[in-house]
Design a protein around this ligand. Sequence first.
Ligand SMILES: Nc1ncnc2c1ncn2[C@@H]1O[C@H](COP(=O)(O)OP(=O)(O)OP(=O)(O)O)[C@@H](O)[C@H]1O
Length: 566
Amino acid sequence: MKARHETSSWSLFWRVIGLLWPYKRWIALGLFCSLAASLSGIALLAVSGWFLSSMALAGVAGATMNYFTPSAIIRGLALVRISGRYAERLINHDVTLRALAGLRLWLYDRLWPLSPGQTAMLGHSQLFSRMRADIDRLEHVYLAVFMPAVMALIGFPLILWVTAGYLGAAAMATGLMALLAGVVLPLWAQRRSRATGEALVSAEAGLRQQVGDIILGAAELELYGQSAAAAARVEALSRQQEDRKARLDSVQSAGSGLVPWAAATATAWTLWLGAGALGVGHLAGPDVAMLCLLAMGGFELIGPLPEAMSQLVASLAAARRVFELADQSPRIPAASGAAPGVPARPSIRFEHVAMRYGDHSPPVLTDFDLELPAGRRVALLGPSGAGKSSVLQVLLRFEPIQQGRIVIDGLDLAALDPEAWRSRVSVVEQRTHIFNASLRDNLLIARPGASEAQLQAALDGAQLQGFVAGLPEGLETWLGEGGALISGGEGRRVAIARALLADRPVLLLDEPTEGLDPATAQSLLGALETLTRGRTVLLISHQLAGLQQLVEARYRLERGRCVALS
Ligand SMILES: Nc1ncnc2c1ncn2[C@@H]1O[C@H](COP(=O)(O)OP(=O)(O)OP(=O)(O)O)[C@@H](O)[C@H]1O
């Protein structure tokens, strides 16, 4: 079980790295600059140590030495270190920002083909949290894990190689301490922090979801006197999060705190071994100083590894959540190959359609037959939960059917491209989304290039002219989040105006007057009459009350079947 978890963590890690592959050239350049900056810094320390002790010894002995070459090397190394660090910051941050933007687009591309039902199962704040916070966390896989690990893997063996050229035992001692600080300690830190890191990421998402939900339902909570209880729940969750973070920090600091100790031990060990080699004339004094500083400086490459390991845990937990979302397969696959064109004025026929939402859910439609001739207006009635909205879902190809077929002018709907089909259909629902934008922008989503005359005609048809005339800024008036600044009836008219603008041959009306008072519902009839004229219309509702004149045929949905009403 443990081994499987390990394997899946590695495959997650490589999958994230794989997503960064398009930026490989920049990553290689960033890596080169980082290595150049770090190695020149370490070399600067070692050469300076060698130079200073050589100068001191030469001074004591009254000898002369060539100090031009070492000081030129020191100046060169300092220059490489400064410019390398600058270039490294610039490149790595640029790559990270580009990669994060690319990852968001990649995830969006995968979410796009999912049906609204699939994404609704997750909830908006979950989706938002995965899109934003989890993707942000993936930056650590590159900056805090991949980079330090590769730098240590390339840079440290180089240091050991140079050390071994002078004194093999010192290279062994330094390597041993690096193994302890760079591998054993990080693995220990990873083991200690895995459960906490994973819990932290999923609890953070849960907290965001709770807060989002509470903000949306603030009015209800206040009404039922539950605001204080909700705030207390959030506070308890935040405190839990703080505890987890503190636990993670203590493991991290235990891991990182031991790196200086390992560096000091490696330096002291090298000094002791070097002193022995000096005693037998195997090494010169300045070489011993250089090797000690080389050992000490080399741990600059080992230092970030314990932190990298604990970052890896949280980052992989975030990656798991992102891939879980990205790997969902659409319930309705896109059309393969060349799909036949969608007829301009289609008729629709449901033939023995059976549908359920999941293998273990009860059937919603069983042997459902319904004929919608082109240009005819039909009502489908039924009590709440009968499956009326599900008929629209399968007709829009947001949900698959398990048996039967839906025929569009002789063509099986399953063979048509879902997007091409949807571009022929308008939907007016009781809960049409009004964007937090101006009235004009809210209308233009139905036809982005609409002319002023087309907009005015749609407003006329939806009987919105009087309302717009009374608005302080006319079409430019802001409608607020979810249409907070307009009434339910006005929102419904905006939906009708959108459908008029889109001017599509098929129209689906989902309880267009539900929730409105009888006078407002009655006043919408004229607009609906204009909208439905000449189109193939399916109206679903609990009851027709007041809408009889809109339709030419009526059916009832009973136990998943369609029954004609006289
Ligand atoms: N996304 C979904 N996943 C699982 N079950 C669902 C889903 N949507 C609807 N259902 C179930 O399918 C059945 C039919 O629901 P549907 O919304 O189609 O009924 P309806 O007649 O439109 O009801 P209402 O008039 O109240 O909107 C219900 O039992 C409902 O719980």
